[in-house]
Each structure stands twice: as structure tokens, then as C-alpha cells.
Design a protein. Structure first.
Length: 171
């Protein structure tokens, strides 16, 4: 089970923040899928990509190499926090998997665990597909929440560095 499973009550991105983040993650996913991420540059994502079989997708918007490497550095932190959340994130944005497809896979690999039944008893069993679907949705929301601010900061720092370079050239 994913370690990032927590209640996101009050920890949700605004609609504009979610749109901004999802657009960048979609471009990043297309960039990774295109094979532009060299194995020497980010081994965590490259190892994951080596294990899965690519599919043919129509042309998708893609980020440039500088943006891709910047996003890769931020996304790599999720791998160290939670590998399940990392795999779900890449499944969504690199392979364009639907929530249901990700949930079916998650349901297939998840191990039985203690769960509370309606009667209040603790029973050791495998979660249902609908429970897995809710968990995948929660994991994605949590992961996106964790990525938003570091990614925003990374883009801001990059912009500041560009401005500093331009100012240093003119002086």
C-alpha cells in the first residue's frame, strides 16, 4: 500500500493550480515517453521506463529538454518517498492510463490487509476494486499536492537565474 495515503482535506490544490500542474506533468510525460530522458541523467525514471512496453499515442504537447530535466529532478523526490505513488504518477502522465486502468492494476498487485467491515470487525482481506479506485484517486491528489510547490519553486528559481544572467551581460 502506498505510504502517501492520507486525508487531503484542506490539502487540495485550487483549480488553477491543478490545471497548471497537470499541464506541465502531461508535457513532461510526453517528453519521457518520447525517449529524450537519457539513462545517465535520471536513472530512477529510466529504470521504470525500461520495464514497461511503450504504446503508440498521437502527438502530444511536449516540454523542452531543460524543462524536462527540471521536472524530472522534482518528480524523482516522489520515488524516494513512495514507489507506488511514483508508478501511479508515471502511469497517468507518461502512459496516459485512465484512473480505472491504474486502479485495476493496483487492485491486482495489492496484498490483503486489515480492513474494517460494516459490523466494525477487523478482517484481513483484499480491498475491492472500488476501494482501490478511491485510493488511487487519493494517491494522485496527494502526489500532485506534494509536487506543486517544489515545481513552482523550481520554475521560479530558473526564471530568476535567467534574469540574473541577462542583467550580468548588460553590466
Amino acid at each position: 500500500m502506498s505510504g502517501l495515503r492520507f486525508s487531503t482535506d484542506g490539502l487540495e490544490l485550487t483549480t488553477s493550480q491543478a490545471i497548471w500542474l497537470q499541464e506541465w506533468l502531461a508535457k513532461f510525460g510526453a517528453w519521457i515517453y518520447s525517449g529524450r530522458l537519457d539513462k545517465r541523467q535520471s536513472s530512477v525514471i529510466a529504470e521504470f521506463m525500461a520495464r514497461v512496453e511503450p504504446r503508440d499515442y498521437p502527438e502530444r504537447p511536449i516540454c523542452n529538454d531543460d524543462e524536462g530535466m527540471l521536472i524530472a529532478r522534482v518528480v524523482d523526490h516522489i520515488y524516494h518517498l513512495d514507489r507506488v505513488a511514483f508508478a501511479i504518477l508515471l502511469s497517468r502522465y507518461v502512459f496516459n492510463r485512465s484512473d480505472r486502468a491504474i486502479s485495476r492494476y493496483y487492485h491486482a498487485i495489492i496484498k490483503p490487509r486489515k480492513m474494517v467491515r460494516r459490523s466494525g470487525q477487523l478482517v484481513f482481506r483484499k480491498p475491492s476494486l472500488s476501494t482501490c479506485r478511491r485510493e488511487v484517486e487519493e494517491i494522485l491528489k496527494s502526489t500532485e499536492y506534494l509536487l506543486y510547490q517544489p515545481l513552482q519553486d523550481a520554475f521560479s528559481c530558473r526564471e530568476q537565474e535567467r534574469k540574473t544572467k541577462i542583467l550580468s551581460r548588460t553590466c
